[in-house]
Write a protein that binds this ligand. Sequence first.
Ligand SMILES: [Fe+2]
Length: 294
Amino acid sequence: MPSPARAFRPRPGMVRAMSPRLPTQFADLLTPKGRRILEGRDSETRGALLDPTRPFIALQGVIDVKKAAEARDLLDAALRDTLVTMEDPIPEDSISGMVENYTEALPKTVRVRTALLESRRSRSWRAAEAVGLRALLRSDTFAAFAATVSGRPLKRGWGIQVLCYGPGDYTGPHNDHHPEEADARHGYVDMHVSLTLPAVDHQYLVYAKDGHFSELTRVSTVGGVTVYRLPFWHYTTPLSAKPGREDAARRWVLLGTFLDAAPGTRPSSTVLPAGAPPPVRAVTVGRGSGAGRR
Ligand SMILES: [Fe+2]
């Protein structure tokens, strides 16, 4: 029988190697249903966003809830203290500066916290690297999921971002159109994974259909995946905490932003949709009767 003095005591380096990390592939978070979608075997979601009247798709039961909760708690512990606030309030002179009735105009307003993942010198970057978040968001299967649901070949080198909504945090109406950027002006794809703490009561995405903000979907999920074909008009409602639980009410959002791979893009620079027929001519959005219209 080993004496207590000889009991296993991990060295500091071993502790680090054994500290919890996220899976290195998005596929490792998925349920069997999620895998079917990733592999292009689910006819309802494969190429779902090629329909110009469908601006986004909200998927539940795709990420294993237990794994999502573990990932959420890991991120919350590692990144919570590294976040920076991103804030664009309603312009101060937006009322006092008006000289003509009914001419109010509202630019995009927002208040949310973000983890800076692009600068190696940021605390967020180091924390995200340590838990494997950057690797997860850069994984082939993360992009392949977006490509398969959107139905389009996507460019490698996609953008990644992490947002954290606390009580009262929101994003005002905006459309995410980037007409000045040649490779984004005809539309692009965003994929969001929501990881919501139990102290959150609700948060919704409101979006336009037939020219009105008439539609909404709950985004305060644990492991819900939303894939968007932007631009279209939408906003995110203020996050609401359960009574007395404001301190622990946070919704984390993991984001990938993907540009279309133009015809002729080298295969090594492209993420192809699984199970899709051979590439067809580019489809443009914004002309249908759907939510993308202004
Ligand atoms: Fe947006």
